[in-house]
Design a protein around this ligand. Structure first.
Ligand SMILES: O=C(O)C1=C[C@@H](OP(=O)(O)O)[C@@H](O)[C@H](O)C1
Ligand SMILES: C=C(OP(=O)(O)O)C(=O)O
Length: 430
């Protein structure tokens, strides 16, 4: 599917965005490990989270829904009710599905095989398979269990202490889930804090999780109790609308009910530092997560340098941040973000390659990128590289360009933001 974008006169109005992807995955998985019913509202019906439900169903978990409103009930019967899947589990395009499920599969006494699409089969898995093996799981795969498909013989895990070389919420979460199913204590220390949805949700389901700086400790064998969870809007999806409103003249957009977890809201801080007219109102909490409404009006932006501890707080927003940089005065520089190379595409290369098609001066750095802004963008014919965030970032560039833009192979947008084009359409002023 190709997506055509013509520049609007402005973007104006109020909208919501679909449920948070990270939180939806975790709600389904913890609901499956819990005892009793978990009612999830605003579950993300994107391809990634649907892959998680399908894998859990293969392991005998029973679900009602999701219905068209995103209501999903998980009929949890505790970890011992999970059974050996009769077929290969398919995580599709979703790194979160594969890495977090590996943590659960490692802790359960059966054999399983998990794979994914061509992109996911290229992504590094040693970062989870090596520590899970240290806890006692047996895992096989190409290049010494670096690449999916991966086969797991789980069960009888022993808690361990880990110091992670890279900040990764997926690795931390896999180890905490394995730790919940292991004997004794599991401790994970990160170099820089990554998103903490797993820790918050484990607590919300009644488990004790101890946080101390960048260390998290969990005791095995704790019983989770089913809960009602309303999933906040995904700030990573909202980011596309935030940048669009900031760069299209005359815009004024409010996005209601967006998750504002401090480990995820780096895009708010960086857009403000770039001079965005951005306001947060109506703050409240949903399922142990902070939420609020975000209003963005068009303003002049200036380039900034982003790196260090900020990177995990906006890792998935860097493609669209680069678009903001292309429309700002001066230079946007991103450093310490080599992790971008191992996402759904090599996002350093794909962002630079696609932005250049709009006439933008952009350069790849070994651990990030540099974008020179201040020149008008010409419409372009772009490739998504099968990466949802690249497709949407280039669509935002198209909104601010002087002529029509086409994004080829844009169906991947459904991985995280079903309804993206409909929402853009509802905000357009012609
Ligand atoms: O835990 C999660 O839900 C995620 C963690 C991040 O990945 P890493 O853990 O690889 O940094 C992020 O890029 C991904 O979109 C979702
Ligand atoms: C990196 C992403 O997801 P995942 O790792 O779950 O595939 C993303 O959504 O940008």
């Amino acid at each position: 599917m190709n997506l055509e974008i013509t520049p609007p006169r402005a973007l104006r109005g109020s909208t919501t965005v679909p449920g948070d992807k990270s939180i939806s995955h975790r709600a389904a998985m913890l609901g499956a490990l819990a005892e009793g019913e978990t009612l999830i509202e605003n579950f993300l019906m994107g391809a990634d989270c649907l892959a998680t439900i399908k894998c859990l169903a293969e392991m005998g978990v029973s679900f009602t829904g999701p219905d068209e409103k995103g209501r999903l009930t998980v009929h949890g019967r505790g970890p011992s009710a999970l059974k050996e899947p009769g077929d290969v589990l398919d995580a599709g395009n979703s790194g979160t599905t594969m890495r977090l499920l590996l943590g659960i599969l490692a802790g359960l006494p059966f054999f399983s095989v998990i794979t994914g699409d061509a992109s996911l089969r290229r992504r590094p898995m040693k970062r989870v398979t090596a520590p899970l093996s240290r806890m006692g799981a047996r895992i096989w795969g190409r290049r010494e269990a670096s690449l999916a498909p991966l086969a797991v013989q789980g069960g009888a895990l022993e808690g361990c202490s880990f110091s992670l070389p890279v900040a990764s919420a997926q690795v931390k979460s896999a180890l905490l889930l394995a730790g919940l199913l292991a004997r004794g204590e599991t401790r994970v220390v990160e170099p820089v804090p990554s998103r903490d949805h797993t820790e918050r949700m484990l607590q919300f389901f009644g488990a004790e999780v101890f946080k101390e700086g960048t260390a998290v400790t969990i005791k095995g064998g704790q019983v989770l109790t089913g809960r009602r969870i309303v999933v906040p809007g995904d700030i990573s999806s909202a980011a596309f609308l935030m940048v669009a409103a900031a760069v299209v003249p005359g815009s004024d957009v409010t996005i209601r009910g967006v998750g504002l977890n401090p480990t995820r809201d780096g895009i708010v801080d960086v857009l403000k530092a770039m001079g965005a007219d951005l306001e947060i109102t109506n703050r409240y909490r949903l399922a142990n997560e902070p939420v609020g409404d975000i209003r963005v009006r068009h303003s002049r932006l200036r380039g900034v340098t982003v790196g260090g501890d900020m990177i995990p707080r906006l890792i998935d927003e860097i493609p669209v941040l680069a678009v903001a940089g292309a429309l700002a005065e001066g230079e946007l520089v991103v450093r310490d973000a080599a992790e971008l190379k191992v996402k759904e595409s090599n996002r350093i290369d794909t962002v630079v390659q696609e932005l250049r098609k709009f006439g933008v001066e952009a350069e790849a750095l070994p651990d990030g990128l540099r974008v020179r802004g201040g020149r008008p963008l010409t419409g372009a014919s772009c490739a998504s590289h099968g990466d949802h965030r690249i497709a949407m970032a280039m669509a935002v560039a198209g909104l601010a360009a002087r002529s029509k833009t086409v994004i080829q192979d844009a169906g991947c947008i459904d991985v995280s933001f079903p309804g993206f084009t409909g929402i853009l359409g509802s905000l357009r002023v012609e």
